[in-house]
Design a protein around this ligand. Structure first.
Ligand SMILES: [Zn+2]
Length: 199
């Protein structure tokens, strides 16, 4: 099923799930307030998943015919316990770190919410990036769920909410938040909107 956005109740459910996961992260891995959220360490220490930067061609080789069109940002390989991120994207000086982090969060979302049956591969196409969250284009529900999970993980409600005024946030505040959370402007703006929606 493809939809343009998730229902608020569904977002709430994911929010709760992420909140529980974050609360269970051992303090030696994350103290619950330092930013940006150390998603690499959490993937490794909490989920036992190794994050690797690999070329797009390597991803294509694994995914083969089930590949979606366009570039792939990431893959979750549950069988070997690895998250692969697109090395070219990760190296971009302006947005590489933000993209890589969101991709890891997206794959962790699949790991936490969508695993069933035998080891599987979950990919993240570039067009299901954080920016697609607010696009009117329909997406498969699991992709939207994984994006919602990633946003909640990287921009925890408990840390973002105190920064939001009655009118939301202005351009300067948004910029400050982006830097603190190491998130893209689109993802950060979307996160603020979501938190106002489910307040
Ligand atoms: Zn995905």
């Amino acid at each position: 099923m493809k939809v343009a956005s998730l229902e608020p109740g569904e977002i709430d459910r994911i929010e709760c799930e992420v909140g529980e996961i974050m609360a269970a992260v051992p303090p030696r891995v994350w103290d619950g307030e330092s930013l940006p959220v150390p998603i690499d360490s959490i993937a490794r220490e909490v989920y036992g998943l190794k994050v690797r930067e690999v070329s797009h061609d390597q991803m294509r080789e694994i995914v083969g015919d089930q590949a979606t069109e366009g570039t792939m940002s990431g893959l979750l390989l549950t069988g070997i316990g690895e998250i692969w991120v697109n090395d070219w994207e990760a190296r971009q000086p302006e947005w590489g770190s933000q993209r890589k982090r969101f991709t890891i969060g997206h794959e962790l979302g699949h790991f936490a919410m969508h695993q069933s049956g035998p080891p599987a591969i979950y990919c993240r196409a570039s067009d299901s990036s954080e920016s697609a969250e607010d696009a009117p284009t329909p997406h498969p529900v699991p992709e939207l769920e994984a994006n919602t999970f990633s946003a909640a993980f990287l921009m925890p409600a408990s840390l973002v909410r105190p920064e939001i005024g009655p009118e939301g946030v202005d351009g300067d505040q948004l910029k400050t938040l982006m830097l603190r959370f190491d998130s893209s402007a689109k993802a950060m703006r979307r996160r603020v909107e979501t938190l106002r929606l489910i307040a």
